[in-house]
Write a protein that binds this ligand. Structure first.
Ligand SMILES: Cc1cc2nc3c(=O)[nH]c(=O)nc-3n(C[C@H](O)[C@H](O)[C@H](O)COP(=O)(O)OP(=O)(O)OC[C@H]3O[C@@H](n4cnc5c(N)ncnc54)[C@H](O)[C@@H]3O)c2cc1C
Length: 559
């Protein structure tokens, strides 16, 4: 058991955490990053399609911002969207200078591909492995700068004293030892909560830890009803087939071979925003024009050369997971859980309302994505707001706390773990509850929602919480006790799920990804505001926060 001290502690080593770390160190802080997996195994590594920026001379950040505002169905905060889009170009070029080998066109310039919901191609990419290319380059920078990384350490709790966040209680997974890491500023960069649904495109580690940890510590969550279903996830496993495929010209077809998007989005077709395409597919499936619960993504006409250059991983995924070679056959896909627009409420510097606590990346809600995120705006979000939060946290850390947390938090933490390990087994299993949770969310809180289903989902989640309160941990060892970690993660996931259900019941209109068949239109008069969730011992308390509008007044959204 030990106590470590740093100026800035960053929880999470995906793109947001790494970018925050570099920026905090450059601003003069002593920084440490903690990650429950090796940094390059963070989910950012799985990003496929690319990162958006207005880089071309005839593109403007204002056009990118408008597309983002419209994509968000006017729920995004426009001051934050202006920051996101105006800083994008410089950040993408900075990534290239760090060593990311972005795709170049025949003229030798940075070459982009089209992505959904945008009037022009402005997505910069590395084949279909953009996240991997970015994350590895960023990791090289961390090593070069000598940042302290506590890798394979797991945060169980944030420490809040006198109204300020002062660090975290952690388990060193390799030894089972508990420690305290004290810090003058803490940045949550723990990624999303995809696995609250089953299936999901997200890695198994995306369990909403940061959302739940910050919520328990007293920071408010925002937009939790806004869950993105990606239009092209693979039948069965839910593995992602990048939107870049449609950007490069792939079609969506139904059982009759028709390009059905003609009916739903005649201008943008397959490149309408994700919420629109997902609902269109689901309508085709529900009305009997699908096959076995799916429609198809057709890439046959793209040809081997383009697929070899840009979509090679997708081809391998098709062959490995469903036995389909995209060069020769259409591949079965359906809408599936991909991203959570909601998360820890922050301002444009990553500051949460809880003093000393910051958040950046998918775990945060700035809110730049509002009710629907545009593809390739999330990598951008991690970089822009990772950097800003790192800088501001470093500045803040120049004014220390009067006292710092001591070892007693680790002693308390160890007692809680011991009690969990001593809990008798009752025949139920963590894995079973987790799967039941995922299925409930996937069936009842999905592309089309209604009050009865949402209420029934909430009841189910609460029943699962009761089961969770009595389920034991089967493995009792100290070294790499993943059974114990899964138990703790399940607690985080259940809390996230409860907030998603409650906020979805609350919002009685249809906006972006939140489509209520019982309230099928957008209702700006009553619902042009964010929904927040704050911790109380009796469960989440809902509130509201205003939407910031700077220059784009809400209009009807058509693609
Ligand atoms: C398959 C897939 C493809 C995607 N493609 C794109 C794309 O092309 N373009 C785009 O813009 N977006 C894309 N996205 C979305 C984007 O990749 C993510 O939103 C983004 O990478 C999240 O980055 P992050 O840094 O916030 O979190 P992550 O990369 O998920 O990292 C989270 C970090 O937190 C750590 N952590 C979590 N909990 C704990 C804990 N309790 N203790 C210690 N550490 C913890 C983890 O170890 C990890 O290091 C894609 C997402 C998926 C799933």
């Amino acid at each position: 058991m030990a106590v470590f001290q740093h100026d800035v502690l960053i929880i999470g080593a995906g793109l947001a955490g790494m970018r925050a770390g570099l920026s905090a160190q450059a601003a003069g802080a002593d920084v440490a990053i903690i990650s429950k997996v090796h940094p390059v195994r963070s989910h950012s590594n799985a990003a496929q399609g690319g990162i958006n920026a207005a880089v071309d001379e005839d593109d403007t950040w204002e056009d990118h911002a408008f597309d983002t505002v419209k994509g968000s169905d006017y729920l995004g905060d426009q001051d934050a969207i202006e920051v996101l889009c105006s800083e994008a170009g410089g950040e993408v070029l900075a990534l290239e200078r760090m060593g990311v080998i972005f795709h170049r066109d025949e003229t030798g310039h940075l070459g982009s591909r089209a992505f959904g919901g945008q009037q022009r191609a402005r997505t910069y990419f590395v084949g279909d492995i953009t996240g991997q290319a970015l994350l590895h380059v960023m990791y090289e920078q961390l090593i070069k700068q000598g940042l302290r990384i506590y890798e394979e350490w797991f945060v169980t709790e944030l420490i809040v004293e006198d109204g300020s966040c002062k660090g975290a209680v952690v388990i060193d997974i390799t030894s089972g030892q508990m420690h305290v890491i004290g810090a003058k500023a803490v940045i949550m960069a723990t990624g999303g909560a995809g696995r609250v649904y089953e299936p999901s495109t997200n890695a198994l580690i995306c369990t909403g830890d940061g959302i739940s940890l910050a919520y328990r510590a007293g920071a408010p969550m925002m937009d939790m009803e806004m869950v993105q279903f990606h239009p092209t996830t693979l039948k069965g496993s839910g593995v992602l087939i990048t939107e870049g495929a449609r950007g490069d010209g792939a079609y969506l077809i139904n059982a009759d071979g028709d390009r059905f998007m003609e009916k739903y989005a005649p201008n943008m077709m397959e490149l309408a925003s994700r919420d629109v395409v997902s609902r269109s597919e689901q309508t085709e499936i529900n009305e009997g024009r699908g096959v076995d619960g799916c429609v198809f993504l057709d890439m046959r006409h793209l040809g081997m050369d383009l697929i070899r250059e840009r979509l090679w991983q997708i081809r391998e995924i098709g062959i490995d997971f469903v036995g389909v070679d995209i060069v020769k056959e259409p591949i079965p896909i359906l809408p599936g859980m991909h991203y959570i627009m909601g998360g820890i409420k922050t301002d444009v510097w990553g500051r949460t309302p809880l003093d000393g606590l910051y958040a950046a990346g998918e775990t945060a809600c700035v809110s730049v994505h509002g009710a629907n995120r545009l593809g390739a705006n999330s990598l951008l979000d991690t970089i822009v707001f990772g950097k800003r939060s790192g800088y501001d946290a470093a500045e803040r850390s120049k004014n220390g706390h009067a006292t710092m947390p001591g070892e007693d938090y680790a002693v308390e933490g160890e007692k809680k773990i011991r009690a969990l390990l001593d809990r008798p087994l009752n025949g139920d299993r963590v894995a079973k509850i987790r799967l039941d949770l995922g299925k409930v969310m996937n069936e009842k809180v999905q592309v089309f929602r209604n009050e009865d289903q949402l209420k029934s989902a909430l009841e189910d989640v609460r029943a699962l919480k009761k089961r969770y309160d009595t389920v034991g941990v089967e493995a009792k060892g100290k070294v790499f006790n993943t059974d114990l970690l899964f138990h703790i993660e399940l607690g985080f996931m259940l809390e996230c799920a409860e907030m998603v259900c409650l906020s979805s019941i609350e919002r009685k209109e249809s906006r972006g990804a939140h489509y209520r068949v019982d309230y099928p239109t957008r209702d700006d008069a009553n619902w042009l505001h964010h929904i927040t969730c704050s911790y109380t011992p009796g469960g989440p308390q809902l509130g509201t926060a205003p939407v910031t509008i700077t220059r784009w007044e809400p209009q009807e959204r058509k693609y």
